[in-house]
Ligand binder design. Sequence first.
Ligand SMILES: Cc1cc2nc3c(=O)[nH]c(=O)nc-3n(C[C@H](O)[C@H](O)[C@H](O)COP(=O)(O)O)c2cc1C
Length: 213
Amino acid sequence: MFKKWFDEEAAAGKTPNPNAMSLASIDADGTPSCRIVLCRGIHVEKGYVILYTNYQGRKGRALLANPRAAMAMHFDHSDRQVRIEGFAVQSPAAESDAYFQSRRWESRLAAWMSNQSQPIATREELLARAEPIIAKLKLDPAELLARGNDVFIPRPAHWGGFRLYAKSVELWLGGPGRLHDRAVWRREMPMASSWEAADAGGPNGWISTRLQP
Ligand SMILES: Cc1cc2nc3c(=O)[nH]c(=O)nc-3n(C[C@H](O)[C@H](O)[C@H](O)COP(=O)(O)O)c2cc1C
């Protein structure tokens, strides 16, 4: 049902980023934080969503230290909300590689240029990183400008996907007089530290419970 809602929101074409979701993580010291990321895939059978980020940024480090995570999506036009709670593990490298190559060349270069979440004095300093990185990767600037999307730029090891495996999925549907419909689907699933272990641990039976609004 989540996938159906997600596809309907995208098909409606009413918001620029129908796949935006808030992703909550917990820093190593227990501090919670959340930010918007884009949902780049939903695996219905295994019960996970995919996002891509920098593994060394704040959320990357947090998820690697403590995989417990949650996300919420708001489909404003249809008065719907989806919440997932579970745990995050790094995507298979080949999956991250394939997704990375599908990105525009500027985005692929940017992944090399940004030490996500670290301070930097000026924007100029950030932009000045392009040249040495282009040289380091032995890329031809003229070729990049002419046909950059076809140029192979390797994925940096610090960038890739996370799969957020759901232990619970809650669907919320706005109702008249604020008597909304809420239901949560939960499954028993052991926390895993790799996608192989996570895939082996699921899917299990989902148990649904209606909740008061
Ligand atoms: C619409 C939107 C989409 C975003 N998508 C992503 C994304 O897919 N991955 C990502 O790392 N950051 C994305 N960001 C930036 C994050 O919100 C955040 O600023 C960044 O990841 C650093 O977060 P962190 O310091 O907690 O790691 C997006 C921001 C917005 C507003």
